[in-house]
Design a protein. Structure first.
Length: 93
């Protein structure tokens, strides 16, 4: 996502499915490789870097309510690290 840090809080309801899949970091050769699945639980928060490639699975049943906070830093966005990120070529490309 377009943030430096994301807070994703599961507020509730009963549901199944809806895992959050994490892959590698954007710009790394393995950014498409699935690494970890996070299972949302009411009252829990997951914090991750926005450049950590991720995506949500479908909700299989029920209803889920999440509060998502995308945090940005104007100072970081002015930095050379943000404006000229290091990207490495994917393997096999």
């Amino acid at each position: 996502d377009d943030s430096e840090v994301t807070f994703n809080v599961c507020l509730g309801f009963e549901f199944s499915g809806a895992g959050l899949q994490f892959c590698g970091m954007h710009g790394s050769p393995d950014h498409r490789k699935q690494r970890f699945t996070y299972g949302h639980r009411p009252g829990r928060c997951i914090v991750h870097l926005g450049r950590h490639r991720h995506g949500a699975d479908d909700i299989e049943s029920g209803e889920r309510l999440n509060l998502i906070l995308w945090n940005r830093s104007s100072a970081y966005r002015r930095s050379r690290e943000f404006q000229s990120p290091e990207y490495r070529r994917e393997e096999g490309v």
